[in-house]
Design a binder for this molecule. Structure first.
Ligand code: SF4
Length: 290
């Protein structure tokens, strides 16, 4: 049965369809969309043309490559897709900001985020989790997104995984207040699932701006989601660990997410090896036990 729409409804519907087409999604609907029909609907339209106000620009996804199985040895599946292009740094923070001005610069970013509704994650949010720590830290940790405890308190890594992260930081001879901690997404994904590409691609620019302000000497990506968005490539975690990457003018070390280490404590030794690379880059020595 043919359904008749008025022109405004039709335009809005087609805009939504184009949006998902640009995301690479053609099975969003109950049945796959006929490619010929999709081509007819979207003929003459520029790719990535976002005609739905309020809906963020989609990321570009090579779904064929993304769907290839990989030998990742643990359960951090459903990795997100990185943003389509490098994200610009606003002019006001493009130049190095003196340490004394970094707290204010971070506050500007927080103000810009505001009571954010840019992606669907805002609907389940109790508290937005912006970041925490020393705005001029030499070491910055990046996780995936808030969990239940973080969502309740508005601070990153305050649950059990946060306690383990604190222990990891202490083992490096540092205190939590000396580092900066943020996540790829600032609102809790339902059920702690991995952020969807739309969500991560929308929120991660704020993380990049935080990095540009803090300008840490070393970044540590906690888990595959953080590594994927920071590096802009989707690779198994095993292939990214054990070496130093260059990201946004700083050095990046990739290691396991503390939540994963809680599930599989045998990997703590591997994570410690990663942290020792970070310590080497920072010129840190492990604290001596008395
Ligand atoms: Fe906004 Fe980020 Fe929260 Fe999405 S996750 S609503 S982009 S702050």
């Amino acid at each position: 049965m043919a359904i008749q729409f008025d022109s405004a409804t039709r335009d809005a519907l087609f805009a939504r369809i184009r949006y998902y087409r640009d995301l690479g999604l053609t099975e969003f609907y109950r049945r796959p969309v006929d490619p010929a029909l999709l081509a007819q609907w979207t003929a003459g339209l520029e790719p990535h043309q976002n005609l739905n106000p309020g809906i963020p620009e989609p990321v570009s996804v090579n779904w064929e490559a993304a769907s290839q199985p990989h030998p990742q040895p643990h359960s951090q599946e459903d990795q997100p897709i990185p943003p389509r292009k490098p994200l610009p740094t606003p002019p006001e923070i493009a130049a190095a900001i003196p340490p004394a001005g970094r707290a204010a610069a971070l506050q500007l970013i927080r103000d810009e985020i505001g009571d954010c509704t840019r992606c669907p994650l805002h609907t389940g949010r109790n508290k937005l989790v912006f970041g925490d720590g020393d705005p001029a830290a030499r070491l910055m940790f990046v996780g995936e997104g808030p969990g239940a405890d973080e969502d309740a308190q508005g601070l990153p890594f305050v649950g059990k995984a946060g306690q383990l992260l604190n222990n990891m930081i202490n083992a490096m001879g540092l205190k939590r207040e000396q580092v900066y901690i943020a996540n790829v997404v600032k609102c809790r994904p339902p059920g702690n699932r991995t952020p969807l590409p739309e969500e991560g691609g929308t929120c991660s620019p704020f993380l990049f701006r935080q990095i540009d302000v803090v300008r840490p000497q070393v970044l540590v990506a906690l888990g595959a989601t953080a590594a994927t968005y920071l590096l802009g490539v989707r690779q198994p975690l095993a292939g990214l660990r054990g070496r130093v990457h260059a990201v946004r003018g700083t050095q990046l070390i990739v290691t396991y997410h503390p939540a994963y280490l809680l599930r599989d404590p045998r990997q703590k030794k591997e994570a410690w090896a990663d942290l020792q690379i970070a310590m080497r880059e920072l010129g840190l020595k492990p604290p001596t036990r008395s």
